[in-house]
Every structure is written in C-alpha cells, then in structure tokens.
Design a protein around this ligand. Structure first.
Ligand code: THG
Length: 783
C-alpha cells in the first residue's frame, strides 16, 4: 500500500486524546496506560477510524518513553505491545504506524538531555515496536534536534518507513526557532519518507506554514491540523471548528500538493470520514528546484551569489586558538566565533592540532558552538571519524570540508554525507596531486559530482573548490584557478568555494592581492569565499561587488553595512561587555565580568543598570522573534550566574523580589513549560518553590500555607488536565488561598483561564514576570 505514497492521497486517523475524554475516565490517567487497563476503549477508537476510512492507524503510544514512564507500574515492553495489539485488533488492510512524541525533557544546553540520551530513549522503544508495525510516525516535535535523534533511532534500527512532523506557532517557527523550510531541508537530508506538520494551530492559520513546506519539499507532505483553537465548556476543552470548514481547508491543502491528510486535537471519526472522500485522488506534482543550503537549527543560508565563510576557527598560525583547543577552553573559541559571526554567513571549524584527540574535540567544539552561534558550520577535517561524529550531532545541515577526486576518500565520506544530509566541498585534486590546468581541475570536479550521484547525492549538495595556489610560487597558475571556477559554474552548474588568502603567501601587501583575487574569483562564479571576516576591507569588497552586480538590490546592505562598519571596527577591538556575554549565554565569562564590575560599581547598580535591562532586552527580542527559546533560556541562566556572584559577595543581600510556588497539576506529567518559567523567574530574582509535576491540590495547599507566596503558578499541557487545574483552583480558593493564581500551558487561553477562575493567564514566562512585577510593585506601594 505504501507504493501509493506521494502519488495518491492517503488518509491518516484523527485525534485520540479528545476521543478519550468522551469516556469520562478517571482524572490523572495516563492515556497510554489505558492500553492495558481498558484496552477495549482503545480498540473501539481505532475501529471507529477504520470504519471512517483511514489508511493508517497510529498506535496510542505518543508518550511511551523511558523518561515519562520511569515510575509507571508497567514496563515499556507491556505498554508498547498493548498499544500495538489494540491497533491491530480490528485492522485488516490498514497500516499500523507506531506513534512517538517528544520525550518531555529539554535538550542541553537548555535542559540536561544530550543528543545520545535522546537517541537511546527513542531506540529503546523502537527496538520493541519495530517487528510488529508497518512504520513510525514522529509527531508534535518542536525541537528539530530531538527530532533528528528520533529519526536516526528509527533509520539505524529498522528499515521501516518514518514520517516526521513538527508543530509551529503563529510566528511560523517552532519553539526552538526552526522555520518550515529548515525543517524540510533537515528532514529531507535525513531521508525521511514523509514530513509535515501536525497540531499547532487550526487549518486556517496553518496555511502559510504548509505553503512554505510545499514550496521547498521533494518528499511527500503529511498534515494533521487541529480542529481550530480550543475553548472551554463545562470544564472541558472543546474544539469547535465546523466540519465543513475543516473539509474546505483539507481540500485546499490537497490542491496545493499535500499527500497524506488526517486530524489532530479535536478531530474525530466523522472528520476522517468526511475527508476520506479524497482518498486515492492524485497528488499534485511539485517539481521544486534544488538549492544548496546549509542550516543551523534556526538559520538557513542559501549558498548562491556570494556568501562569506569565516576561516578563523583554525589553529593554523594562531597560537591562542591552538592553546584553547589543547586546553578545551570552549569559551575562547565561542568568543572567536562571535567576532566572526558579525560579518560571516557560515563558519569553518578546524581543530587540527598535532596529538589532539580530533574526534572528541571536534564533537565538543561543534556541540558548544551550535548552542550559541546561529551561522551554519563547516566541519573542516581529514579525519573521517571526526567528520562522522560531528555530522551526527550537528543540529542542522553542516558542510563537510572536504572530499577530493580520490575514490577512496569519496567512498568513505559520501555515505556519511548521504546519511546526514550534509553538503560536501570537493577539492579538485586527487592522488596525483593538484592538476595545473583549469580543464583538468574541471574534469575532477565532474568526476566528484558523478560519483556523488551514485550515492544518491544530488549535485546541489556539492560545492567545488578549484584550489587557490600560492602566487609567489606558481604565478602562472592563478588564472587556472579562476578559469576552473568559470567552467565549474557554467558547465557543471555547481556552486564553488575557495580559500582566498592562500594566494598571497610570501608577498608584500597581502590584503591588496587577496582583495583583487577575490574580485576576479567572484566575477568568475565564486559563491563561498573562505576568508578572514574580521578583515574589514575583504568584507567591503564583497559588499561592493554585490551592489554593483545588482545582487544587493537598491544598495540596502551596502548602505547599511558600509556605514556601520565604523561601529563594527570599534566593537571588534574591544572585548564583549556584560550584556553581550549574557546574551550569548557564556556563564563563565559572565561570572568573571560581574566580579570585575563589582570592583567599581555597587551591586544595586549592576542589577538595575545592567542585569535587568539586559534581561528585558532579551525578553523583547524573544517576543519579536529575533531570538528563540534556547537563547532566551541561556540568557536567563547566565543572569542567574551574575546574581550568584553578587549574592556570594554580599551574602546578606539575598533579598528575593518575592516567592512563587510552581506546580504542574495532578494528572499531567509534562513539566517543560513549568521548568522554563522557573529559570526565567529565578533570573529575575524570584524565589521559586518548585513542587514538581503531577501535584495534588492538597500538596499545593500545604505549600501555600507554609510559604505564603506572592503567587502560585499552575501549568497543564494536556486537554484532559485543564479540569484538574480547575479543581485545584477551586480547592485553593475554598481554603482561603489569597495568593493570585497564574495559569499557563499549551491548551490554555485567556478565556479558558477566566472560566476556570484563575486570577491571571500568561502565555509565556515573560508575560508571567511582567504581570508579577506589576502586582508586586503595587503591593510595595501599599506597604
Ligand atoms: N579550501 C578549503 N578549505 C580550507 C582552505 C581552502 N580550509 C582551510 C584554509 N584553506 C582556509 N582557512 C584558513 C585559515 C587560517 C589561515 C589561512 C586560511 C591562516 N591564518 C592566520 C591568521 O589568520 O592569523 C595567518 C593569517 C595570514 O597570515 O594570512 O593562515 O583553501 N575548502
């Protein structure tokens, strides 16, 4: 049946959680435990989707993973098998897809989960399920890094197909800042069988997101929208979008090119029945072009025209970088990267120091850099193990630097590039060395592109380096490099790169030669010069070139950047100040800098004039979508570090702004939201009493009586636990709790918060802080 995928419309099933609500199950039941305790309910829901015409059934296993079920009375094996068997009970020709959601823990650096921890957790479940299912659906992911771990766990441990779906918010980004296009590029690179979007928003608001996916994908697209946005009626979360409207949008999305349709929150068998009329109609062909793109998790660089690759994370000729690599002083490397990022699109990372454990150091450096640096990274190494390890843990699409025309090298690197979706730089040399003439170099480029094709690597994934030789040694060959660029660009239609500064070794006024060579090269097709981006004149040449070639239309970049270069120069010579260090989340540096400041400033000034304004600025940038959750969290953690220094120095001044009790309500084991809020509140000097997750109303009351907090924050993620939240609020108020109660969580809205009698609703941590600050100021006024 999967042969139809991408050719004929296929139907997925609809929501489970909202269907389960209908059975009035005991509050606090894990939906996945019902597989064992009340299997007939689950079987019936599956049957209703079979009867509605679904081609695919997803098992009731969204939350089954070693973290969420650590304390369950059931083992993973029992839960997984029960979920599969329930789906199989009435299935005939329907395909059974094992459903997996996020682990419910944040990845490092925001949380504690490493990439391999996440991989292993998914693998544990996949190993149990894979013999018994037809495929895997990974859905509702908001962190592309966690999703990468999950996809690899499927691909490396079974040959079964994998569909991967993420959720986005109104800003068209996921929580960690991934755009629909970045998702497409990364998931296609990982060779998933279908990709798409589920949950998120109602179908109307999903339209621009689906459009962006369809504009770039070459993989079948699957969608499962919610039935509009939730409202609360009689304590129950309801989704009320009329079926006609749902159908209208599904039809529209099918006409746009979607392949698989189903439903998320609020949909039911009637909805699936309604849209199953599209089953087997033809999928629209997309024929999208292929681009050469490198990405981080939140930033995409389309390598065309001219993009700058910064060369300075390289020990060649730099004693301090060499020392930093040997001593594993990652903060120094991050600072070097930050300096370059201002004027680079992409950064090359080379850790080649003799005797260093390159595999380990490359992996660690890439891990650290990607937590702070938004620019995509180049893995510059000749060690295949260093390359493979770095490509595996890279959060995005990296560039491998490099292969050459030697088949032995290509046969080692191309499988890695194919598996992880990397771009690859191909040097036009082979085991007989660097050919002199342009045509010979062109022929090696052609060989590289053709050999890559055999590994399923399209030429858009290759960037050819026609090799800059040293003019002082081989003056007559400079023009061969340039000619070869021209040939590769016009005859192969492949993107190109060069390490520019090699040209001028041993000659006076190297900058002049570098600038001139760069200009010649750009004019002949050079797309990605590898240069020292801190050399202002090199950057200016590129700005001028783009302006004169009508690439920088209306001189927008030219005018803003050439003028502002004066500031950049001043900035570059000085080291970063405390606000900048905080924004980069460099805890160690923040700590040192804070100590320095305290030598000349009072603690109160550091707090009021530096820390708070910086936090506010970070908050504003988050609100505006300039930075994303990981940067917000790292900034908040860094501010906590500064406060720690202050309170160590002035032990008595540990006066908190107020005390807040935080809890995830009974029945809900999702505590990501609460944990985020805790960090942000603490960074604003609130004392947080964290009661954990799945907390009974009695425990919360007890804590209230003990601490008399300035506020109580309750969170709930699931539709099923909003009711529990309402009960908790009622109970607290009946017992004369006068602290204002804040609520938040994915399914809550301002209206719902009113209905369940909460005092305040906050959509995120920053709104929580803003409201708190205003309440507490008012109270201060009274006292
Ligand atoms: N092609 C590809 N990759 C490459 C190169 C290339 N990677 C490495 C190199 N060449 C490009 N990167 C560098 C890095 C450092 C230096 C030169 C090129 C260097 N830096 C010293 C410095 O900045 O202090 C010295 C500076 C100087 O004297 O110019 O030497 O060609 N695919």
């Amino acid at each position: 049946m999967l042969q139809k995928l991408g050719k004929k419309i296929m139907i997925f099933d609809g929501a489970f959680g909202t269907e389960l609500q209908k059975y009035n199950l005991e509050l606090g039941k894990n939906p996945e435990e019902i597989n064992i305790e009340n299997p007939q309910i689950i079987k019936n829901i599956h049957k209703s989707y079979i009867d509605a015409g679904a081609d695919f059934l997803s098992t009731n296993s969204f939350g089954i993973n070693p973290y969420k079920f650590k304390d369950s009375k059931y083992c993973l094996n029992e839960l997984v098998m029960a979920a599969i068997n329930n789906a199989k009970e009435y299935a005939k020709k329907e395909l059974i897809f094992f459903d997996m959601g996020p682990l419910g823990k944040l990845m490092a650096p925001v949380g504690t989960l490493t990439f391999e921890d996440a991989y292993n957790a998914f693998k544990e479940v996949i190993d149990i399920a894979s013999p018994y299912v037809d495929g895997f659906i990974l859905e509702t992911f908001s962190d592309i890094y966690e999703l990468k771990a999950a996809v690899l766990a499927v691909k490396e441990n079974t040959a079964k197909p994998v569909f991967a779906l993420m959720t986005f918010d109104e800003t068209k980004r996921t929580l960690s800042g991934t755009t629909p296009r970045i998702m497409v590029e990364v998931l296609e690179g990982l060779n998933v069988d279908a990709l798409g979007v589920n949950c998120s928003l109602g179908p109307k608001d999903l339209e621009p997101i689906i459009k962006e996916i369809l504009d770039y994908t070459h993989t079948p697209v699957m969608i499962q929208p919610n039935r509009g946005l939730p409202t609360i009626i009689d304590g129950k979360t309801m989704y009320l979008l009329p079926i006609e409207e749902y159908d209208f949008y599904i039809k529209k999305f099918i006409n746009m090119g979607v392949s698989i349709v189903g439903g998320c929150c609020g949909t039911n068998p009637e909805f699936i029945k309604r849209i199953s009329k599209y089953k087997d109609s033809r999928v629209k062909e997309l024929n999208n072009p292929y681009y050469t793109v490198a990405t981080s998790s939140s930033n995409l660089v389309d390598i065309k025209d001219v993009v700058v690759c910064g060369e300075r994370l390289n020990p060649t000729g730099k004693k301090k970088i060499k020392e930093a690599l040997i001593n594993e002083d990652y903060d120094y490397l991050i600072l070097e990267a930050i300096k370059q990022e201002k004027t680079s699109d992409i950064l090359d990372v080379n850790v080649g120091v003799p005797k260093i454990d390159e595999v380990k150091v490359m992996k660690n450096v890439i891990t650290k850099l990607q937590e702070v640096i938004k620019a995509p990274l180049v893995i510059d190494s000749s060690n295949i193990f260093a390359i493979e390890n770095a490509a595996r843990i890279y959060n995005g699409i990296p560039i491998i630097n490099s292969v050459n025309g030697d088949y032995e090298v290509m046969d080692k690197i191309f499988p890695v590039a194919k598996k992880y979706g990397c771009l690859v730089i191909g040097l036009t040399l082979d085991n007989s060395g660097v050919p002199k003439t342009a045509i010979e170099r062109f022929l090696i480029a052609k060989r590289i592109v053709e050999h890559a094709k055999k590994y399923g690597i399209n030429k858009n994934k290759i960037i050819i380096d026609t090799l800059t030789l040293t003019a002082s040694a081989e003056q007559e060959l400079v023009k061969e490099t340039i000619k070869a660029l021209n040939l590769v660009t016009s005859e192969l239609n492949v993107k190109t790169t060069l390490g520019v500064s090699n040209v001028s070794f041993g000659l006076p006024n190297r900058l002049l030669l570098n600038k001139t060579f760069l200009t010649l090269a750009m004019h002949n097709g050079l797309n990605m010069p590898i240069i020292n981006p801190c050399e202002e004149e090199m950057i200016e040449v590129i700005l001028a070139y783009k302006a004169l070639n009508n690439i920088d239309v209306n001189f927008v970049d030219y005018i803003s950047k050439v003028n502002s270069n004066v500031d950049t120069k001043n900035n570059m010579s000085n080291s970063l100040d405390l606000p900048q260090l905080i924004k980069m989340g460099l805890k160690q540096e923040v700590s040192i800098k804070t100590k320095e400041l305290l030598e000349n400033l009072d603690a109160i000034n550091v707090i009021n004039d530096v820390l708070i304004p910086t936090l506010n600025e970070i908050g504003e940038n988050y609100d505006k979508g300039k930075i994303f959750l990981p940067q917000l969290m790292m900034g908040a953690e860094a501010v906590k570090e500064a406060f720690k220094v202050i309170s160590d120095k002035f032990p008595k001044s540990d006066n908190y702004k107020g005390t807040i009790i935080m809890a995830t309500v009974k029945g809900d084991i999702h505590d990501i939201g609460k944990n985020i809020i805790k960090v942000i509140l603490e960074s604003y000097s609130y004392k947080v009493i964290d009661l954990g997750k799945d907390v009974s109303k009695e425990t919360i009351l007890e804590a209230y009586l003990k601490y008399k907090p300035n506020a109580i924050g309750l969170s709930a993620l699931m539709t099923t636990t909003v009711l529990s939240m309402e009960e908790t609020i009622k109970f607290l108020k009946q017992n004369k709790c006068i602290s204002p109660i804040f609520v938040g969580g994915a399914v809550l809205t301002k209206d719902i918060s009113k209905e369940i009698n909460a005092d305040y609703y906050s959509k995120d941590a920053l709104e929580f802080v803003n409201i708190l600050n205003s309440i507490i100021e008012v109270n201060d006024g009274k006292n």
